[in-house]
Design a protein around this ligand. Structure first.
Ligand SMILES: Nc1ncnc2c1ncn2[C@@H]1O[C@H](COP(=O)(O)OP(=O)(O)OP(=O)(O)O)[C@@H](O)[C@H]1O
Ligand SMILES: CC(=O)C(=O)O
Ligand SMILES: [K+]
Ligand SMILES: [Mg+2]
Length: 573
């Protein structure tokens, strides 16, 4: 069937039979513009506003170090966001944030840069794959691009967890299992090359846990086997649903229509290998650690105190991945304990019936927002784009639904890690987000969700009331932007939680807080040094932003401050 979708970037030439589909127009103009703007933003200093002692240098004869000092003393904003703001006006900046899993298709400097230019806010590294050297290379490359090109891409490490999975197929990229074939799943340490039709299972208790007659699902059902015989460390299985086996694919087994949770349910959430990975992540200064297969709040609390002890002033945020039956059971306490959550639909769909995944997603997204935690919707958003340059209608509808639910972020998995069209997949997420968000503005569809109190102190309660009121005022008055000055980022997330109808300019003194705010809905994070004199902060910010063409005289702004717990409504002078 021919597929086409006109809003997206064009497919690259390919000999596939799908070429019957109509050709799309060439590279959209805005994409080229974006490149040019970024080039400018990253290679020349911003026009110097007539403000502050460090911005007096003239255009000629400035040394690189004084330029850097100028930028540091002035204001830092992600070069991509700045370019988007200049191009489309800041009112239509994208509210939904984008996470890309980095893998062999995207680990090079050029590919990472292309993703950053395409709107990647967070780069995710899955510790199920790759060596520490490989991950270190990617993290450092991302940091280098941030410094050299003015991006603000944050890094998320995702733990392997104690899931049961297959080995790496002895180096083969994949293996085909045909209907009726007999395969052996073994807990033996196998040497490569592996014997024919033999797969290693990483969990020692595997052979004891499974029973003859059980159904074995690879990757939640991409391939199915029936257990026919157990012989010592080997389990013989007959393939009942043929398909492609991929290295380290996830394994679950089912009995009488439900997931079997024997001793594998007792496996630790954070394995000894995960602790080594976490030490590595702390040492490399990742911004987020996403914990796979969380079962209870306890493990989140444990990890958070470990991080606090290991790195005193660390800003590493802990994200709970909701992908198991236990995590659904203990959902509220897990989310309360975490700094955010991920709806990890891949494994979730292997643990609960598929038709329950959408309602679970909706419930998790809503609860996270109520509890003031950012939430990522992940897995198979654009699965077909691993192979094809355009998405299916169903995928576009799924992405739209996640945006419509006002999730903080959308994530690419295999599409960006090992797919053929990582940039195009990212473009689809970006275009669909922008389209739905524009539709809200056109239709004046404000979100008035009942938001429960989350404050734990009277001071927090004041901040919360200020944010709720400010968001409501912003919608009712039709203001152009909310400005929030924050040390910790707390008040910015309270504001983001209200999902107001205008962008939120978040000013923070800390580079790491700025990167972390990248995951939250509607926030445009800036790094800026400021004092507790709001009058002077505002004047300074207005001049800096005006000089860079990001706001104009007359724009209506509501300004909030964390430190002063203040709220002001004013026109940009
Ligand atoms: N660092 C990497 N090296 C090689 N391949 C990778 C890497 N990261 C991801 N991939 C490939 O991309 C696919 C999808 O990646 P992703 O990390 O989203 O897997 P997942 O199975 O959805 O996540 P999880 O393992 O956390 O459940 C993987 O199955 C793997 O083939
Ligand atoms: C992202 C992930 O871990 C999952 O979907 O299973
Ligand atoms: K993982
Ligand atoms: Mg998973």
């Amino acid at each position: 069937m021919a597929r086409s979708l006109h809003v997206f970037a064009p497919p690259s030439p390919s000999p596939s039979p799908r070429l019957l589909r109509p050709r799309l127009p060439s590279l959209p103009h805005h994409r080229r513009l974006l490149h040019r703007e970024i080039f400018r933003a990253s290679t020349s200093p911003p026009p110097a506003p007539d403000l502050g002692p460090a911005v007096l240098a003239s255009d000629n004869g400035i040394s690189a170090s004084s330029l850097a000092a100028t930028a540091a003393a002035a204001i830092d904003v992600d070069a991509v966001t700045e370019a988007e703001m200049k191009e489309n006006g800041f009112r239509s900046t994208r509210r939904t944030k984008l996470v890309c899993t980095i893998g062999p298709a995207t680990c090079g400097a050029e590919q990472l840069e292309a993703l950053a230019v395409g709107g990647m806010n967070v780069a995710r590294l899955n510790m199920c794959h790759g060596t520490h050297d490989w991950h270190r290379g990617v993290i450092r490359q991302v940091r280098r691009l941030n410094e050299e090109k003015g991006f603000a891409v944050a890094v998320m490490m995702d733990t392997e967890g104690s899931e049961i999975h297959m080995g790496d197929l002895g180096g083969a990229a994949s293996a085909k299992a045909e209907d009726g074939e007999i395969w052996t799943f073994s807990v033996r340490a196998l040497n490569s090359p592996l014997p024919d039709r033999t797969i290693h299972a990483n969990y020692d208790g595997f052979t004891e846990d499974v029973r003859v007659g059980d159904e074995l699902l690879v990757d939640g059902g991409m391939v199915r086997f029936e257990v026919i015989e157990k012989i010592g460390p080997d389990v013989k299985c007959r393939c009942t649903d043929p398909g492609l086996l991929l290295p380290r694919a996830n394994l679950t087994f089912w009995r009488d229509g439900s997931l079997v949770r024997e001793r594998n349910a007792m496996l630790p959430t954070i394995s000894s290998k995960d602790w080594l990975d976490i030490d590595f992540g702390i040492a490399e200064g990742v911004d987020f650690i996403a914990v796979s297969f969380v079962k209870s709040a306890e493990v989140i609390n444990h990890l958070k105190s470990y991080i606090a002890a290991r790195s005193r002033d660390s800003d590493i945020a802990v994200i709970a991945k909701i992908e198991s039956i236990d995590s659904l059971k203990n959902l509220e306490e897990i989310i309360r304990a975490s700094d955010g959550a991920m709806v990890a639909r891949g494994d979730l769909g292997a643990q609960i019936p598929l038709e329950q995944v959408p309602s679970a997603q909706q419930k998790i997204v809503k609860l996270c927002r109520q509890l003031n935690k950012p939430v990522i919707v992940a897995s198979q958003l654009l699965e077909s784009m691993i192979e094809y340059p355009t998405p299916t209608r169903a995928e576009v509808a799924d992405v739209s639904e996640a945006v419509r639910q006002r999730a903080d972020a959308l994530m690419l998995s295999g599409e960006s890690a090992m797919g053929q069209y990582p940039d195009k997949a990212l473009t689809v997420l970006r275009s669909v987000s922008l389209r739905i968000e524009r539709w809200w503005r056109e239709e004046k569809r404000f979100e008035a969700m009942e938001l429960p109190d989350v404050a734990s102190s009277f001071s927090d309660k004041i901040s919360e009331e200020i944010c709720n009121s400010a968001a409501k005022m912003a919608n009712n008055l039709g203001v152009d932007a909310l400005f929030v000055y924050t040390q910790t980022g707390h008040m910015t997330s309270l504001l983001s939680r209200c999902r107001p109808d205008c962008p939120i300019f978040a000013f923070t003194t800390s580079t790491s807080v700025r990167r972390r705010l990248n995951l939250q809905w509607g926030l445009i994070p800036f790094r800026l040094s400021f004092s507790d004199d709001m009058e002077s902060n505002l004047n300074r910010t207005f001049s800096l932003l005006k000089a860079r063409g990001m706001i104009q005289s007359g724009d209506l702004v509501i300004a909030l401050s964390d430190m002063l717990q203040s709220i002001q409504v004013m026109n940009v002078p």
